[in-house]
Design a protein around this ligand. Structure first.
Ligand code: ATP
Ligand code: MN
Length: 474
């Protein structure tokens, strides 16, 4: 009876001479005279387990099926590895092939594939080195995010995904309806009659859990959400998705300064965690994707973030002497080119920009005494631009009501949001981090579509004859 070895990651920790069983998929196979070598990977770590098979040990019909892509169980004994890069290898005594993979048609070959090609085989790319690393780092980041907040006593909350508060202002919503689209009920004035819809109201997928997080912060003090978010914006950029995951902490009794410090501590913590636990995966990104990834992460984890006000940032940009694609003057929103200039040229590290003009920021941000700016903050990072957006919230009932009216928002839709200010209001602040943006930053991956478990059915969209709006998203 062969002892079950568990994950390949754990097999590497066992001493020479141990009998183990390994399970996994064949990365590559090499045959030389009298001996066969198989690189086996089960996704538990970057390193493949080398299987050594002396000719004649295994039945020919089994061995012939153990080609790239096949799924195997291999039993045998751990022996010292003469090869570089691994301590032990597995000398096979027994092998079972769960699923062969025809080498003539198996699409993942040893040669480097383009990201575009791999996107088309999203159901198999998870077995490649790069995507193995992406999803292990994604897992580690997610765990580090929970760990950070849990260690600080924050309450984890799941904000609703379907919502009827459609004026959150963060982006266009995907609608959710059970109405018959071929036969829409109309009101007397010809509009769609949402009274007859499932929720009796126009509903959609959430663009942010912030407003719900505020409810919870004003009862549990420190809370965070971590869940899916949807934006039907024209997201044909390498940094925007229609569906992404967002982390939104919200803290009572925090002002903008506290918020900024927490965001910095948080980013450094999760970066340090990944540096600590995913060294081999990060090496791969550094070697294959972007040779500045490791040095940037070490630098960011150990340096103090810069802080400038929006007004100071505009002054820097005006003095830059550049021909901006989007001209700069006080009042404009910062574009990617401006954000990158500040982080990459001026400060060469993450920069927190605070106190933006009220006109370009959401109604719920706290108005400063100058009545021109609000207590907003964006955390900008080299290579990628905005990674976190946040603010101190307007906790004063009258000021909030005035802002809702001034922006022409439907006052009645915010009755509950206003009541939070009427009954036991408190200063509070929070921010939002996009998980995939963070993952791009940590891995150096250039396209946000390469850090998500993209859907195999998108391939069919690609092959349609008529241009499809989703095509651009691939
Ligand atoms: P951007 O200006 O980059 O579109 P935003 O101002 O719309 O961002 P917020 O509404 O502040 O972003 O959302 C908070 C965070 O969520 C952003 O800093 C970013 O990390 C992430 N994020 C926003 N929109 C998307 C998207 N479409 N795809 C992936 N991540 C996103
Ligand atoms: Mn946006």
């Amino acid at each position: 009876m062969i002892e079950k070895g568990g994950y390949i990651r754990d097999i590497f920790q066992k001493p020479v001479g141990t009998s183990v069983t390994a399970y996994g998929w064949v990365k590559t196979r090499r045959d030389s005279k009298g001996v066969h070598f198989i690189q086996l990977n089960d996704g538990s770590c970057f390193q493949d387990l080398q299987i050594v098979i002396d000719a004649g040990t295994l039945p020919e019909d089994v061995l012939s099926q153990a080609t790239t892509g096949a799924c195997l169980r291999v039993g045998g004994e751990l022996v010292e590895s003469p090869g570089a890069g691994q301590s032990v290898e597995l000398k096979a005594r027994e092998m079972h092939v769960y699923g062969p993979a025809d080498p003539q048609t198996y699409p993942l070959q040893k040669k480097g594939h383009t990201m575009e090609f791999l996107r088309e085989i999203a159901h198999l790319r998870t077995r490649s080195n790069t995507f193995g690393a992406v999803f292990r780092v994604r897992n580690a980041l997610s765990f580090a995010i929970h760990k950070f907040f849990q260690e600080r006593g924050f309450l984890y909350l799941n904000a609703p995904i379907i919502t009827t508060s459609d004026a959150e202002g963060a982006g266009a919503m995907f609608g959710v309806t059970t109405l018959d689209l071929m036969n829409l009920p109309r009101t007397e004035t010809g509009e769609i009659d949402y009274d007859r819809d499932f929720f009796g109201k126009k509903a959609g997928l959430t663009v942010s859990g912030q407003l719900e997080a505020e409810i919870f912060a004003l009862a549990f003090s420190n809370v965070y959400t971590f869940g899916p978010t949807f934006r039907a914006e024209n997201s044909n950029t390498p940094r925007h998705l229609a569906e992404f995951w967002m982390i939104e902490p919200e803290m009572a009794f925090y002002d903008l300064e506290d918020n900024r410090k927490l965001a910095e501590e948080f980013l450094k913590y999760i970066i340090a965690y990944v540096l600590d636990t995913c060294a081999a995966d990060l090496e791969l990104f550094n070697k294959r994707i972007d040779n500045t990834v490791l040095s940037t992460l070490v630098h960011v984890a150990g340096s103090d973030f810069e802080h400038v006000t929006y007004t100071e940032a505009i002054a820097i940009l005006e003095k830059a002497g550049r021909a901006w694609e989007f001209p700069v003057h006080w009042g404009v929103d910062l574009q990617s080119e401006h954000e990158r200039y500040l982080t990459e040229e001026t400060f060469k590290k993450p920069v927190v920009v605070t106190d933006y003009p009220r006109e370009i920021k959401a109604f719920y941000m706290r108005l400063n005494d100058d009545e021109k700016t609000v207590r907003a903050m964006d955390v900008l990072a080299p290579r990628i631009g905005e990674i976190i957006g946040g603010s101190q919230r307007e906790e004063r009932y009258d000021v909030l009501l005035n802002k809702i009216r001034a922006q022409g928002l439907p006052e009645e839709a915010y009755w509950w949001y206003l009541e939070l200010r009427k009954y036991g209001t408190a200063p509070h602040a929070g921010f939002g981090l996009g998980l995939e943006r963070m993952l791009m930053y940590v891995t150096g991956m250039k396209n946000i579509r390469d850090v998500i478990p993209s859907h195999p059915w998108l391939r069919r969209v690609l092959n349609r004859r008529k241009p499809h709006p989703m095509r651009a998203l691939l």
